[in-house]
Design a protein around this ligand. Structure first.
Ligand SMILES: Nc1ncnc2c1ncn2[C@@H]1O[C@H](COP(=O)(O)OP(=O)(O)OP(=O)(O)O)[C@@H](O)[C@H]1O
Ligand SMILES: CC(=O)N[C@H]1[C@@H]2OC[C@@H](O2)[C@@H](O)[C@@H]1O[C@H](C)C(=O)O
Length: 387
């Protein structure tokens, strides 16, 4: 049996709202003991820098390139992660020497699976040096090098959670986990733990972009704006008739694959309402490509906190005989699940276990991935003045 390791996962997702941190004890296989978690929000200025970074990244041709502001941004993003780890350790009274590994996602600034290009900025060596903890990073690249979409990576962790839930009365099989982040993705766990997973559509990004442009706020908290509006069927159809949903082959999404409506297409409320519906309907439309309809959808990610999305999802799922549950209804944490996944995947990477499978990313065979940046042999700040 593989050894139990203590791992911290760090996720800065496509919503660019902040860094999620979670601690796990795991063997990278069946044993998952969830520990504390926390979120550290970016301020508005740093979010603007990240948005600029996405623009600068458009000209990247090779994944090592860092045009425009990207080098500075990569350093500062990494230093924000250093601060997040230090705060997290202090708040939870954990010593760095008691953590075996950090799984570091970094920030996706460009994702073009059709060109075999995915870029996550984040300096694993700097993080290892500043925290004194081994870091596994760049976990999407090897999947792409083997013909995969480079995303989603969370399905291996969803499968581990599902094993822990089997036999629970609330859950009728088959189960699909749905992560509603900036983009949404789903993981279907079939008979014998067979995994089918893919990105399912725009998640919160369109809603965030819409309310930011028209109300100057970063997101529609509690779906308050959407709940005042009505669904505009033509606008919704325009999104839902995107070739992404009907395509034979599932592909992973970049944040910019769907654009928000233009200003005069809807009032603030109707726009938010329509986009919330689109988020829910996109998930159900994508679920039609699964081998069989899930009986239970378990929802995680920030979108589960928008009751308008959740109501639409429940209505659409019930019409197909399925049930929708928020992760919390099963004792899971819908905010920290991605960070937990990065901790779990880091341990799998150390043990040479697959991170992705043909059924999850379209990779040619199950492959491991991630690069190890070891902590300095002589402890923290090995780059300091004594050398
Ligand atoms: N209380 C809330 N009410 C409504 N929406 C919320 C609430 N809290 C978070 N959200 C939405 O969830 C988003 C963040 O979700 P999450 O942290 O899961 O995304 P992410 O991890 O950045 O994205 P991805 O999974 O695509 O990488 C916010 O941008 C916002 O749109
Ligand atoms: C390239 C990239 O960063 N993709 C993210 C994004 O956000 C959600 C969806 O699109 C998913 O495919 C992926 O993140 C999750 C955590 C994953 O890889 O499982």
């Amino acid at each position: 049996m593989a050894k139990l390791l203590t791992a911290i996962g760090l996720m800065s997702g496509t919503s660019m709202d902040g860094i999620d941190v979670a601690l796990l004890r795991t063997d990278g296989e069946t044993i998952v003991q969830r520990g504390p978690s926390a979120g550290y929000a970016y301020d508005a200025r740093f979010r603007d820098r990240l948005k600029q970074g996405l623009d600068d990244a458009r000209s990247i041709g090779r994944r090592e390139e860092r045009p425009g502001t990207l080098s500075d941004l990569e350093r500062d993003l990494t230093l924000s992660h250093v601060d997040a780890v230090r705060d997290f350790l202090r708040e939870n009274k954990i010593l760095p020497e008691n953590v075996d590994v950090i799984g570091f996602h970094g920030q996706t600034v460009l994702h073009r699976p059709d060109e075999g290009l995915t870029v996550q900025i984040g300096d694993g060596r700097l993080l290892a040096r500043e925290t004194g903890i081994d870091v596994v990073h760049d976990m999407r690249a090897n999947d792409m090098a083997h013909g995969g979409q480079g995303a989603p990576l969370i399905p291996a962790y969803h499968a581990a959670l599902a094993r822990g839930l089997s036999g629970r009365r609330e859950i009728a099989a088959p189960v699909a986990f749905v992560n509603i982040g900036g983009i949404s993705n789903l993981t279907f766990i079939g008979a014998g733990d067979a995994l089918v997973a893919y990105d399912s559509g725009p998640g919160n990004t369109l809603i965030d972009q819409w309310v930011e442009a028209h109300a100057g706020i970063p997101y529609d908290q509690g779906g308050m704006i959407a709940s005042e509006g009505s669904v505009l069927p033509e606008l919704a159809d325009r999104y839902l008739s995107h070739p992404f949903f009907a395509a034979e082959k599932r592909r992973s999404l970049d944040r910019n694959d769907f654009a928000p409506p233009t200003g005069n297409e809807a009032s603030l409320d109707d726009g938010a309402r329509t986009l919330a519906y689109v988020t829910a309907a996109a998930i159900m439309r994508s679920a039609r490509h699964l081998p069989v309809a899930p009986k239970t959808f378990v929802i995680c990610g920030g979108g589960r906190l928008n009751p308008v999305i959740m109501r639409d999802l429940s209505t659409l799922a019930e019409a197909e005989g399925s049930r929708v549950l928020a992760a919390e209804a099963l004792g899971l944490n819908g905010d920290s699940m991605e960070a937990e996944a990065w901790a779990y995947l880091a341990v799998r990477s150390l043990n040479g276990l697959p991170l992705t499978y043909p059924g999850t990313t379209g990779v040619s065979r199950p492959v491991s991935g991630g690069r190890l940046a070891p902590r300095p042999a002589d402890g923290l700040h090995a780059h300091g003045g004594s050398k």
